[in-house]
Design a protein around this ligand. Structure first.
Ligand code: NCD
Length: 320
């Protein structure tokens, strides 16, 4: 989406296309990316110099393993190169530089920026100042749109469709940004039903519900605190971690941390063709004994994330 920023005095209007919100791409564009990701998976060598001569900057101001490394692996596998800030204490943020200034500067060095930031809305702001495509790698408890690309690509791979699915999301629906983006994106497909399993205190924010209902009035959003209720009916079980870093006190976190724990016994309640997903990292919410169940696809999900990010980078840079 072109984000005009000439309302900001002295700023040129960047012409780049950014990906900061799950809804920045249409379902058709999602599909094009999944098709491209599939082509890349089938013949990686054919894309191994697609981004030669291009440089990507990853600016990660919050911890990350999968998002940063899968983006970097993606760019390197496309023949591009990477510069990175993985710790804000080693960058000029520590000297008090504003995000706007950092982005304008880095946008002069790199052809693409991936930003992870602890503040909600940081990516929208950064995109206003970025002269190159900017990708939101997660902004606080708000959004994580490239995890959504990963998640939909996984669902499509294992379920063969994105329409008419019953998706149970379980855990921290309040602070879990991956769930916010996923629900918004999936709500656009007809017949999606959501079973929202969370403790009372960690329910899906009203604002996300409103956004989802604005997309599709008839979307079903059933809230429950009982994991068993969602398990029997679900096509997809999307487990999430209780987001410790967003809590104001340790006591509340410890009380809620083990609220839902997926075990092989609990999985017996679920359908045989269920898939169990998790954006990872997991803490205690899925016991390791579940990993061997054929329905557990979270590590395959993480790997698919690299290919779909290759497709996204290639598209935003206009090389595929
Ligand atoms: C998620 C995130 O950072 O929001 N991780 C990821 O990017 N795969 C989920 C989480 O941290 O719980």
């Amino acid at each position: 989406m072109d984000r005009e920023c000439n309302v900001l005095e002295g700023m040129p209007a960047p012409r780049s296309r950014h990906f900061v919100d799950a809804l920045d791409l249409s379902p058709e564009e999602y599909q094009q990316l999944f098709t491209l990701a599939e082509e890349i998976m089938a013949d990686p060598a054919a894309f191994s110099s697609s981004c030669s001569g291009k440089l990507m900057a990853t600016l990660f101001y919050e911890p990350s393993t999968r998002t940063r490394l899968s983006f970097e692996a993606a760019m390197l596998r496309l023949g591009g190169r990477v510069i990175t800030v993985a710790d804000p204490r080693t960058s000029s943020v520590a000297k008090g530089e504003t995000l706007a200034d950092t982005i304008r500067t880095v946008g002069g060095y790199a052809d693409l920026i991936v930003l992870r930031h602890p503040k909600e809305g940081a990516a929208v702001l950064a995109a206003l100042y970025s002269p190159v495509p900017l990708i939101n790698g997660g902004d606080g408890a708000h959004e994580h749109p490239t995890q959504t690309l990963t998640d939909l690509c996984t669902i499509l791979t294992y379920k063969g469709r994105l329409e008419g699915l019953t998706v149970a999301t379980c855990g921290d629906l309040k602070y879990g940004r991956t769930v916010h983006s996923l629900i918004k994106a999936l709500a656009r497909y007809p017949g999606t039903r959501f079973i929202l399993i969370s403790p009372e205190e960690l329910r899906l924010p009203e604002q996300v519900k409103e956004e989802v209902l604005a997309l599709r009035e008839d979307v079903e959003l059933c809230g429950t605190t009982r994991m068993e209720e969602g398990l029997a009916e679900a096509d997809v079980l999307y487990m999430t971690r209780i987001q410790k870093e967003r809590f104001f006190n340790e006591e509340d976190y410890l009380r809620l941390r083990d609220f839902y724990v997926l075990t092989p016994e609990r999985l017996r309640l679920a359908r045989d063709d269920l898939i169990v997903m998790h954006p990872l990292p997991r803490v205690t919410e899925i016991v390791p004994e579940v990993d061997g169940d054929k329905r557990a696809v979270y590590f395959q999900q993480a790997r698919l994330g690299m290919f779909v990010r290759m497709a996204l980078i290639a598209r935003l840079l206009g090389v595929a």
